[in-house]
Design a protein around this ligand. Sequence first.
Ligand code: HEC
Length: 99
Amino acid sequence: MTGKSTLAALCLLAGTTHATDPAALQARNLAANCTPCHSADAPEPNAIPRIAGLPADRILQRLRAFRSGEAPATVMHQIVRGYGDEQLALIATLLASSP
Ligand code: HEC
């Protein structure tokens, strides 16, 4: 069941963008690294916070704080180090528009 709803959530995520738009495709591919952990299906309370639907500027601010080491983290500081500013902005915009 969980697998099915995860798939449904990913389809919903994909459905929020135009599949032919290269920036949207890139955003979807980049954010695919995030959704397995930040799944909307995860039960609350959960050590991994839900992020879909948060304002994009708040997501981006958190990601930059993780990358600079300013925000304490167990895993996020390592994960965001692999992304540039433009990539983080794309991911934040996509996740903000996700259900
Ligand atoms: C291995 C699991 C994992 C992956 C993959 C992951 N995260 Fe996280 N994320 C976490 C955890 C755990 C936290 C809590 C901070 C910490 O301990 O690192 C977090 C925190 C966050 C927060 C802060 C939320 C808040 O309300 O403060 C944001 C934003 C975020 N992650 C975005 C992302 C994005 C974007 C990606 C993909 C690039 C991603 N995460 C990939 C586990 C993950």
